[in-house]
Ligand binder design. Sequence first.
Ligand code: SF4
Ligand code: SF4
Length: 206
Amino acid sequence: MKKLLSAIKNLVVGLFTTGKHLGRHAVTVQYPTEKWTMPERSRGIVVLLSDKETGELNCTVCMLCMRACPTAAIDIQYDKDEKGKRILKDFVVDHGLCCFCGLCEEACNFAALKMATKYEFSTLNKEDLVWHTDKLQEVGRDVPYEKPERKKPEAKAAAKPAVKAEAPTEPPKDTATAETAVNPGKPSEELKPLTEENKENPGEGN
Ligand code: SF4
Ligand code: SF4
């Protein structure tokens, strides 16, 4: 009887919860007919950004993103011109290795690389996940991006609260001796040296 009442109670609670949601807006997205707009700072696919006027890549081949990548998903190949300036040969991102951590975007100082809010690139072929310069640039063409301004070192220093450096006026009063440290509850004068006698009867007093 008790079990039956409990089951009826659970059923009523469940129906009440269902009833509460009947008039509400549905949160399920009917993918692929409906698409979800990802939030601006979400980390989707890695793309390369170009100058809006010239159409050229913003990448300066500084290699910082490649060094920052923890999974070695980025491979940059370059040549050098007669002045020793690096000329980008190929920028490769293996999205099969990428863990979408965003460290490459963090490392780039030239607004040249971004994790776009795009996500429909699944494939049955692993090799299709390896993107070269052209594809990275093409997918990144319509990606809006402005590099957030970094604080200059002086501005950072000014923003820090001044630390008051005061020398201690008095030494601490309760300096623990070796004895009180071992027996914190007992005054030091009551402690006796450990002799052969009290070693055998440690609990006995005078
Ligand atoms: S998001 Fe992370 S793992 Fe992916 S390429 Fe950038 S640094 Fe590498
Ligand atoms: S950190 Fe930026 S500028 Fe440097 S190589 Fe990577 S994408 Fe290019």
